[in-house]
Design a protein around this ligand. Structure first.
Ligand code: DAH
Length: 336
């Protein structure tokens, strides 16, 4: 009897590993522990044994049965026989599709790209400069010497002595002119920093600087380019006004206003009842700046301008508080 049981176990062990479907598992089970399975047949043979032999053989038979049952259970628990939960639920064609959530471009980025593309069409290329600058690039080379009151116009963040977070994009003019010979036409968008914070000022904001240098560039070129540019941003028929102003790096200097986009010049809260909105600073490059970069002011002339991107975006989209740009509130950002 014991030999017979050994044989049964050897056979079971050789068949069990190849079971890979529920049907094969059922067959294995009934072949061994089913009513007409090998173990049941062996059980029947117990009758013919003496009581002692019966007890001995019965114990081996039972051990084998427990072993086979546990192996069958193992196989059943194994992944092969489980109808896989993942395959059943992987694709349910009756479910509605999931919508892809789309983001949108930040209004400051939108306006920056619009301005870049306008100047690109006018033959300007895009340049960048560092946000951490030496005082030389941020001030001195732009004709703002130490102790000059013009430094007070911009509340400066100092990183360390002589090193500042740039307060404007104008230092990019210097980098470009140091590295290139004229003629040149560039714009330089980027972040600038000032120690200032209220409804229309944030410590970081964005500017675009522009510079054109060539032989015979005059103030009328500046006017023509500003006219083209602002008509494209604020719509054809936008009226411009040039007001005399002062910047150390341009001479003569001007501030450029557009007729108020809200009230069309009638006077309203946005334009403080003046009918005009200040948009940018500009002027003819000061000879002192050309001297700093070794351009001969007798040979070359040029104009420069600088504008705040947030200001343009606020006027274009009717945004009243500059801080909204930086709160990352999706309800605000999704409108653009
Ligand atoms: N850098 C000036 C500012 O931040 C803006 C500016 C004015 C830039 C006149 C210019 C310019 O290039 O010609 O206030």
């Amino acid at each position: 009897m014991q030999d017979q049981l050994k044989q049964i176990r050897i056979e079971f062990d050789s068949q069990a590993p190849s079971v890979s479907t529920p049907e094969q598992w059922q067959r294995l089970r009934s072949d061994y522990i089913g009513k007409k399975g090998s173990l049941s047949l062996a059980m029947k043979e117990l009758k013919s044994l003496t009581p002692d032999q019966k007890r001995e053989a019965g114990k081996h038979l039972n051990d084998l049965k427990v072993y086979i049952e546990s192996r069958l259970k193992e196989i059943e628990d194994g992944s092969v026989l489980q109808p896989k939960a993942s395959t059943r639920s992987a694709f349910d064609p009756t479910l509605p599709g999931r919508r892809q959530a789309f983001g949108s471009q930040h209004p400051v980025t939108q306006v920056t790209e619009e301005i870049i593309s306008i100047f690109y069409s006018l033959g300007f290329s895009v340049e960048e400069g560092p946000e951490i600058e030496t005082e030389y690039y941020n001030f001195e080379a732009l004709n703002i010497p130490k102790e000059h009151p013009a430094r007070d116009m911009q509340d400066t963040f100092y990183v360390e002595e002589e090193t500042v977070l740039r307060t404007h994009t104008s230092p990019v003019q210097i980098h470009v002119m140091e590295n290139c010979r004229p003629p040149l036409r560039i714009i330089a968008p980027g972040k600038v920093y000032r120690c200032d914070s209220d409804i229309s000022h944030t410590p970081m904001f964005h500017q675009i600087e522009g510079l054109m240098v060539d032989k015979g560039v005059s103030f009328s070129h500046l006017k023509g380019i500003m006219d083209q540019f602002l008509q494209k941003v604020f719509g054809a028929n936008t009226k411009l006004r040039f007001r005399p102003s002062f910047f150390p790096f341009t001479c003569p200097s001007a501030e450029v206003d557009i007729q108020c986009v809200m009230c069309k010049g009638q006077g309203c809260r946005v334009c403080s009842q003046t009918g005009w909105l200040e948009i940018l600073g500009a002027g003819m490059v000061d000879p002192a700046v050309f001297n700093a970069v070794n351009y001969d002011p007798e040979e070359w002339t040029g104009f420069a301008f600088g504008l705040g991107i947030e200001r343009i975006a606020m006027l274009k989209f009717g945004i009243h508080d500059i801080r909204l740009f930086y709160e990352n509130d999706l309800r605000f950002l999704k409108q653009f």
